[in-house]
Design a protein around this ligand. Structure first.
Ligand code: IPE
Ligand code: IPE
Ligand code: MG
Length: 255
């Protein structure tokens, strides 16, 4: 098999079974939460903080090793400037408020996203400080996708690969993935998107290739540990096939 057709070892088909190693959340529904209460959309973003903290705790206590939270997409820059400014301030306040607690809980924090000049320098600095503070923690890795776009990550990886001078025939899925940001991040096992929307919205496109998806109707500001645990339960009853056949189905077919 030539290097270009060589594939990394695939997981075998089987019941999802235990705790997903990597859970990713599309934290959606803040605006609708606020609108349903006749509040400005920004109130929904403020109310989202409690859900974030609850989910981080629930994931850590459940033995999830990697938790990724989609906080701001490359497309979210298209929102009104006042909402974007509010989000920047809110995220900065949240980071500053919870950095020491996250560190004490053994959470390694990473920020997945570009360094767009529109991100206030003070927030970029707080992100750096948080990552430095928590770099040696291993209880759980929390990746905050902020100014993140899955397509952009793939394009950046292609650029990096080309710059490395790799010959086209030598490129494999594995070697390509090595050029993505944080290449040690394992594939996502479970994606939770709240608010009932059923879209990827450009989230970790490479890493979600074989993820299981759940779409709880609850809006993100109302999402709590109990909802998270329900999602883990749903995951545990899924059959993951990875294109294969379940061991229990082999031999069950008649010619
Ligand atoms: C998700 O909630 C938060 C961000 C995208 C920053 P939304 O703000 O998208 O809430 P809805 O979808 O409008 O209800
Ligand atoms: C996805 O939600 C981005 C985040 C949760 C940060 P959006 O609300 O921005 O996505 P669309 O517009 O419904 O696709
Ligand atoms: Mg939304």
């Amino acid at each position: 098999m030539s290097p270009a057709t060589e594939r990394p070892p695939r997981q075998r088909a089987g019941g999802a079974g235990g705790v997903p190693r990597h859970v990713a959340c599309v934290m959606d529904g803040n605006g609708r939460w606020a609108q349903s209460r006749s509040l400005p959309r920004t109130s929904g973003h403020s109310a989202a903080e409690a859900a974030v903290i609850d989910v981080i705790e629930a994931a850590r206590n459940s033995g999830v090793e990697w938790l990724s939270l989609y906080a701001f997409s490359t497309e979210n820059w298209d929102r009104p400037g006042s909402e974007v400014d509010f989000l920047m301030r809110l995220v900065r306040g949240t980071v500053r408020k919870h950095a020491l607690l996250l560190h004490a809980r053994g959470v390694r924090c990473r920020v997945l996203g570009s360094r767009d000049p529109r991100i206030p320098p003070a927030l970029a600095q707080d992100f750096d400080d948080l990552m430095t503070l928590t770099a040696d923690n291993r209880r759980m890795t929390l990746t905050v996708a902020f100014d993140h776009g899955g397509r952009r990550d793939i394009v950046e990886a292609a650029r990096s690969l080309l710059r490395s001078g790799a010959s086209p025939d030598s490129v494999t899925e594995q070697s390509f993935a090595g050029h993505l940001p944080y290449p040690d991040t394992p594939d996502v096992d479970l994606v939770i998107r709240t608010s009932g929307e059923q879209r990827i919205s450009n989230f970790m496109l490479w890493q979600v290739a074989y993820a299981e998806w759940v779409f709880p109707a609850v809006l993100w500001p109302d999402f709590r540990a109990s909802h998270f645990l329900q999602c883990l339960h749903t995951y545990q009853h899924r059959d993951r096939r990875f294109g294969g056949v379940l061991p229990t189905d082999i031999g069950g077919s008649r010619p």
